[in-house]
Design a protein around this ligand. Structure first.
Ligand code: FAQ
Length: 310
């Protein structure tokens, strides 16, 4: 009977129907979506930390207001995504606990430090640029709540990307020292950003099933290539050099990049990146310090419930 249901489910996917929370779905579909959406949510929340580091040191009031708004947007994205993951039957508490226990992944990119103000520009330009490349196709993902959350997230991400690129333009038109700071940030972030798209296709364990289920519309390598092709002219416009001297454009117009250091990616995923320990420690501290808010909210909900009963 399950085989018949699975075939019916696949037929719905093939016809581009949206799957909604109360619909029947294979256990593996539920599991892989819970995994991906919760990792995505954790990335948004942990992703607030590298930039949060610069809010108090933004170079002007205007820059500070924009950065504050961006970091708040990321918090909002995390919350929509936890809500989307909860529709699959796992509570937000369980999801968050798995992250705090170091059992759930979040994007590798947020384990790198933000050393200068140019890193804030580079994160917006490249990290948000990569996030958009990956998330636009997710607006057409087969699971309704995830796809709908992505529409708003992508609109906000595109503002974040422009915010970052504008910082880069300003630095690159500034003093020699500012330009050097921008180049240095690009040198440090380029390779980790390429790793954001995930392992190469032949090593992507979930790639084939997620493609069949239309969770993924493009493979990791396809999105990575689209990103590189879109970014090269932007770097040229800025007058910055991508730290890959072997890079060349082939006859199809695609920029071929040098091999990626997948050992570094493996180490970051294993918890040994430059900031993994700091990031988890910061999240655990914030969670503990927020305990009173959760308790107060629960007590208030109880009080309202008992009033309604009375
Ligand atoms: N970091 O079989 P695949 C943002 C894991 S954007 C860590 O290819 P899949 C916005 C993967 O989970 C960043 N782990 O997996 C922002 C799997 O491990 P598992 C978040 C990674 O799912 C900007 C294993 O490797 N965006 O936050 C990474 O088919 C600025 C094998 O990989 C999303 O999460 C990685 N980079 O494809 C916020 C987008 N790559 O679970 C603040 C949604 C792979 O078996 C500031 N996610 N792994 O233990 C996706 O599109 C997919 O999950 C991929 C991976 C493409 C990331």
């Amino acid at each position: 009977e399950d085989a018949a249901r699975a075939a019916e489910f696949q037929a719905r996917i093939d016809q581009d129907e949206r799957i909604e929370p109360n619909d029947w779905m294979p256990a593996a579909y539920r599991k892989t979506l819970t995994r991906q959406i919760s990792q995505h949510a954790h990335s948004e929340i942990v992703g607030m930390l590298p930039e949060g580091n610069w809010i108090t040191r933004a170079p002007s009031l205007r820059r500070k207001a924009a950065l504050l708004a961006k970091v708040q947007d990321e918090c909002g994205h995390g919350l929509y995504l936890y809500a989307a993951a909860e529709t699959l039957g796992t509570s937000r508490e369980e999801l968050v606990d798995a992250m705090l226990a170091g059992k759930a992944k979040y994007s590798s990119i947020f384990n790198y430090p933000t050393l200068t103000w140019a890193d804030i520009g580079t994160i917006g330009w490249l990290v948000d640029g990569a996030a958009i490349m990956n998330q636009i196709p997710l607006c057409r993902c087969s699971y309704g709540p995830y796809a709908r959350a992505m529409i708003r997230v992508c609109k906000e991400e595109s503002f974040h990307q422009r915010q970052g690129f504008e910082i880069m333009v300003t630095l690159c038109r500034g003093t020699a020292e500012q330009k050097a700071m921008a180049q240095n940030a690009l040198d440090r972030w380029w390779w980790p950003v390429l790793m954001m798209f995930g392992p190469p296709d032949q090593a992507s364990q979930h790639g084939d099933t997620s493609t069949r289920w239309k969770i993924k519309r493009f493979s990791n390598d396809e999105l990575r290539q689209k990103f590189v092709d879109a970014t090269v002219p932007q770097a040229q416009f800025l007058g910055l050099t991508i730290p890959d001297p072997g890079m060349k454009q082939n006859e199809n117009g695609n920029w071929e990049y040098s091999p990626i250091d997948w050992e570094e990616f493996k180490q970051v995923l294993a918890g040994n990146g430059p900031c993994n320990r700091d990031r988890l420690a910061a999240r655990r501290k914030a969670h503990e310090e927020g305990a009173w808010v959760r308790e107060a909210a629960m007590a208030y909900a109880e009080k309202r419930k008992s009033r309604q009963l009375a």
